[in-house]
Design a protein around this ligand. Structure first.
Ligand code: G1P
Length: 295
């Protein structure tokens, strides 16, 4: 088992078609839609960096090349800003940019499900544990979700999934876990089921799109049969891995927004704008007035 190895790499599956966000996603990858002034993917990469991740692995697809360009230096733009002494604008570009050689990109080619997207990372990840962050979900908390998971991982090893509670009537939209023995900062998982039929979910704890997985998952995903939605499901692969390895859940305490859907994306924009000292004073009263006018 590779449990003692340090967590260094994170995988970001960004090949999804973004059908829940048409027509915008006809030409712009959903991961590049902006929440306030940063693309959605930047929030997720920042969360991974906060958790100590050193290598960023993107599983991309056709029409997603702009993501690779985004995580590169924009040389002409920077030179122009320098020449014009636009230092405030320049400082906005100096946010997280993976250092040379610490970002990898590979293509999924055909959408066959999350399990298949993760399997595409097997050679780049190799024989070490890795984090997986679904870029639709962006989160806000005193401590980032992945950072909290890394702490649990450092104590318990094995595999960890981020979870949150949902309303029982929404459980069929997610991967749901069964709750076992309590741990300091989480609990053991007894069961996992992807998109359970209504009324059959073992709990209200849904998998929130953050995972720390051992590399043995890749061998399982290679032969994983199609599951819910006729896709190769990661949750089904994890359930098999749970026969031989431990799985624990980390309940995340904070706000999560599903930016792959229009409502979550709009709420994320309002929420993150209201968190910003440079924006909140200008929008708070107009926002209240607008909401009042809608009544
Ligand atoms: C995926 C996972 C599911 C998880 C969800 C979180 O589903 O398969 O287990 O709960 O992400 O967003 P998807 O949203 O791709 O249908």
């Amino acid at each position: 088992m590779s449990q003692a190895k340090k967590l260094r790499k994170a995988v970001f599956p960004v090949a999804g078609l973004g059908t829940r966000f048409l027509p915008a996603t006809k030409a712009v990858p959903k991961e590049m839609l902006t929440v306030v002034d940063k693309p959605v993917i930047q929030y997720v990469v920042d969360e991974a960096a906060e958790a100590g991740i050193e290598h960023f692995v993107f599983i991309t697809g056709r029409g997603k090349a702009v993501i690779e360009d985004y995580f590169d230096i924009q040389f002409e733009l920077e030179q122009t800003l320098k020449a014009r002494n636009k230092n405030a604008e320049l400082s906005l570009l100096s946010g997280l940019l993976p250092i040379a050689g610490s970002a990898s990109f590979t293509r999924q080619q055909e959408p066959q499900g999350l399990g298949h997207a993760v399997w595409c990372a097997r050679d780049i990840v190799g024989e070490e544990p890795f984090a997986l962050l679904l870029p639709d979900m962006i989160m806000n908390g005193e401590k980032g979700c992945l950072k909290g998971m890394v702490e649990l991982f450092e104590t318990h090893g094995g595999n960890i999934v981020g979870v949150e509670e949902c309303a029982p009537e929404l459980a069929h939209q997610y991967g749901i876990v069964g709750v076992g023995e309590a741990l300091d900062g989480g609990f053991r998982i007894t069961q996992m089921i992807e998109k359970p039929a209504k009324g059959t979910a073992p709990s209200n704890y849904f998998i929130n799109g953050r995972y720390i997985l051992q590399p043995e998952i890749f061998k399982i995903l290679e032969t994983q049969a199609r599951g819910a939605g006729n896709e190769i499901q990661l949750t089904d692969g994890m359930l098999k891995l749970a026969d031989s390895q431990s799985f624990a859940a980390y309940p995340f305490d904070g706000q999560t927004f599903d930016c792959g859907a229009k409502d979550g994306f709009i709420l994320a924009n309002v929420f993150f704008a209201m968190q910003r000292e440079d924006i909140r004073p200008q929008i708070e009263e107009p926002l209240k007035a607008l909401l009042a006018a809608l009544k």
